[in-house]
Write a protein that binds this ligand. Structure first.
Ligand code: HEC
Ligand code: HEC
Length: 350
């Protein structure tokens, strides 16, 4: 027990560092409130969770191009799979499957996280192997289990379509269509996929928009120690932590987490702390999709991360709080894509 406490103290310290890193987001939110003439110097502005700032994006040509690419099936070998197949923006930015369905109906080994608010992650993937969204976006296109194309083939497909040549030239000038500019445009679109105005964010900004039960759930979330790892704008995404601190996680599926990247023994079963924003939309939970029930996920966390048992009442209150983190999801107008022509490499399902 002592060791657990010590570990949690360590996390508290790292939490201070994380808080410093998220301050810029907080002040962005603050500016908005000031613009509306509100005084945000309430106690709630000091809370360890910060509201999602309203998005200001100026490069519309780039984000529009990125949106087309996000929905572009011809980036896959089969001409059928898009980023949206596994990160469905109609259903919370994930596919709600234990593991995704990729090329030739192959199933991957790990649950697909949401792309909503992914800009608030310190790195991308469960093990953080991609530094940022741009680096991440190159992965699935060439992953044989996912879109199964290659970077060269994806560029060749786009290059054959005059509209894409024109759009890339408008945004990237001479550089035109390369796997870098493809990934850059997709990442720019993903940056816009934030979900502001959750009821909890309104509460943080000084409006009483959550119930007494939900507020008690938040108090428990802090008192019990969940906040140590799940904090900041994303209510997670700010650090890597071991899954199974208080007791070893037995259901382990052989995924070694951060160890894959660092090869350090202490990084076995260390994962990026997931964002809890919109968590009610993204079942099943955990990297191995081991539960469909949010209440069970909360109890697993209490047992494995904190070494405590929550009562049913406490669990329900925390779940009620977690549901206040669902924000306004981006309204997506389905993009119209230009047609293929005789020069476009044909789809291949094999
Ligand atoms: C066949 C399903 C599939 C397709 C297609 C797919 N992804 Fe993913 N995506 C996943 C899975 C599974 C993971 C988690 C993999 C891991 O962590 O090892 C993931 C992870 C991510 C992440 C990291 C999120 C986080 O919280 O760490 C982002 C961002 C992302 N994908 C964006 C994209 C983009 C952009 C495309 C299109 C270019 C795409 N994905 C195509 C299944 C898919
Ligand atoms: C020591 C850090 C730590 C603490 C404390 C902690 N978590 Fe987590 N949480 C994690 C990590 C790491 C994961 C990812 C585990 C995995 O799937 O590999 C996670 C995953 C989750 C998930 C599933 C998210 C998803 O998208 O699948 C939920 C829900 C959650 N935590 C809620 C809580 C609650 C509620 C508490 C308090 C009772 C809590 N956590 C305490 C680190 C922590």
């Amino acid at each position: 027990m002592k060791i657990v406490k010590f570990a949690v103290m360590g996390y508290l310290l790292s939490f201070v560092v994380i808080s410093a890193a998220i301050l810029p987001f907080a002040s962005a939110g603050g500016l908005i409130d000031m613009a509306f003439g509100r005084d945000i110097k309430s106690d709630r502005s000091k809370e360890p969770i910060k509201p999602i700032p309203i998005n200001f994006d100026n490069n519309r040509a780039k984000t529009d191009l990125g949106k087309r690419l996000f929905f572009e099936p011809r980036l896959s070998k089969s001409g059928w799979i898009t980023c949206n197949s596994c990160h469905n923006l109609s259903t919370g930015g994930a596919d709600n499957l234990p593991t995704s369905i990729g090329h030739k109906w192959m199933s991957g080994s790990i649950n697909s996280p949401t792309v909503l608010n992914s800009k608030f992650n310190l790195a991308q993937f469960w093990d953080g192997r991609a530094r940022d969204l741009k680096e991440q976006a190159k992965g699935p296109i060439a992953n044989p289990m996912e879109m199964a194309s290659s970077h060269d083939l994806a560029v060749e497909v786009l290059q054959s379509i005059p509209e894409y040549v024109k759009w890339f030239k408008e945004v990237y000038g001479e550089e035109g269509i390369t796997i870098d500019t493809v990934a850059d445009a997709i990442a720019a679109f993903e940056e816009t996929l934030t979900t502001p105005n959750a009821r909890f964010d309104l509460w943080l900004r000084g409006y009483d928009r959550i119930s007494k039960t939900e507020e008690e759930g938040y108090a428990l979330f802090k008192e019990k120690g969940c906040i140590v790892c799940h904090n900041g704008v994303g209510v997670g995404g700010g650090s890597f932590q071991k899954f199974g601190i208080a007791k070893p996680y037995e259901k382990d599926t052989g995924t070694l987490g951060r160890y894959n990247v660092t090869k350090a023994v202490e990084d076995k079963y260390v994962f990026k702390v997931p964002l809890l924003r919109n968590i009610e939309l993204t079942a099943p939970y955990f990297h191995d999709a081991s539960t469909w029930r949010l209440a069970e996920a909360v109890q697993v966390m209490a047992a494995y991360q904190l070494g405590i048992k929550l009562t049913e009442d406490e669990t329900n209150k925390i779940v009620a709080f977690l549901k206040t983190l669902t924000g306004d999801r981006p309204e997506i107008i389905y993009p119209v894509l230009p047609p293929s022509n005789v020069n476009t490499p044909q789809p291949n399902r094999n």
